[in-house]
Design a protein around this ligand. Structure first.
Ligand code: GUN
Length: 292
């Protein structure tokens, strides 16, 4: 069994990005600039945004964090999006999700200029992804593809079972893996809460991508010997430590790992790759490679 070290793979890619930024600056180009909008004080969102700001420093990017209390109105947030859309110094930006219930997250996402949408959540980027056209690809699924590629896993012709149909992970990762290319060329099955005979399906999988947000959901009896397991789950569960919680994935790691050819840990698997994919998108935005 090989443990896929997302932290190590991410560190190498961040170093390569930093070198590329140095080359850009030497050529007189400007430093790529990522802005992040954070609303409220959700613990998970605070952690993710802090990690994104730190990754910007490591890559040599400029970053700007714009904070609002969770009482901010939708109109105020839409005005902030407009300002970022028209700020020529900002190459790309994200609005961290989830947003408070009184704000329509879809409206905010659609207000972002798709040419600066480094999260890849805007319908133009989602549509272009499904058509196989150049676009900003959403970070977690892109990070999963990079992990597979850097781990030397051949995906061509493999049966990949995706657990979960979210707009952020399940749908886009299925779309990416079914497309022609490397990684890609998979036969993809997407399973969700209404799927029947789930275990029969997962037992046929060469690759399982677990993205349901249900700790320990994937048990050893659901997994074929030699399968590749990618665990996207990051649920906070109570723990006997100073913080009072720890992250738990969607896979029953201790019992599943001995059966696998490759498996990602939680934390340290997909998480660091999500952030590095955002950095790769910001580099593309800074170089105006996808959209002028
Ligand atoms: N919330 C959880 N994941 C993400 C992400 O990749 N981007 C944003 N903006 N919010 C998130």
């Amino acid at each position: 069994m090989t443990l896929i070290d997302g932290k190590k793979i991410a560190a190498v890619i961040k170093q390569e990005i930093a070198q590329e930024v140095e080359r850009m600056l030497a050529q007189g180009m400007k430093r790529p600039h990522l802005a992040a909008v954070l609303v409220g004080h959700d613990g998970g969102s605070e952690t993710y945004v802090a990690a994104k700001v730190k990754a910007c420093e490591e890559c040599g990017f400029k970053s700007t964090l714009i904070r609002y209390e969770d009482t901010v109105s939708e109109d105020e947030l839409l005005a902030a999006v407009d300002r970022l859309n028209s700020d020529p110094d900002v190459d790309g930006f994200i609005v961290q999700l989830p947003l408070p219930r009184h704000i329509n997250a879809q409206r905010v996402t659609e207000a972002i200029d798709y040419r600066k949408d480094v999260d890849g959540f805007h319908p133009v980027n989602v549509g272009r992804l499904s058509l196989g056209l150049p676009c900003f690809r959403s970070a977690t699924p892109q990070g999963i593809l990079t992990l597979l590629e850097k781990s030397g896993i051949d995906t061509g012709g493999k049966h990949c079972v995706v657990l979960g149909r979210s707009n952020i992970v399940g749908k886009p990762v299925a779309s990416m893996l079914m497309q022609k290319g490397t990684p890609g060329n998979c036969t993809v099955t997407v399973c969700h809460s209404a799927t029947r005979n789930l275990k029969e399906i997962t037992r046929q999988a060469d690759i399982i991508i677990a993205a349901l947000g249900s700790p320990g959901f994937v048990t050893a009896d659901m997994v074929k010997d030699g399968a590749v397991i990618i665990d996207v789950g990051t649920t906070r569960v109570p723990a006997d430590n100073a913080r009072g919680w720890r992250l738990r994935g969607d896979v029953d790691f201790d019992n599943v790992a001995p059966k696998c050819s490759h498996i990602t840990p939680v934390p340290g698997g997909v998480g660091p790759m999500t952030i590095v994919s955002l950095m790769q998108n910001t580099l593309l935005a800074g170089k105006k490679i996808i959209y002028q």
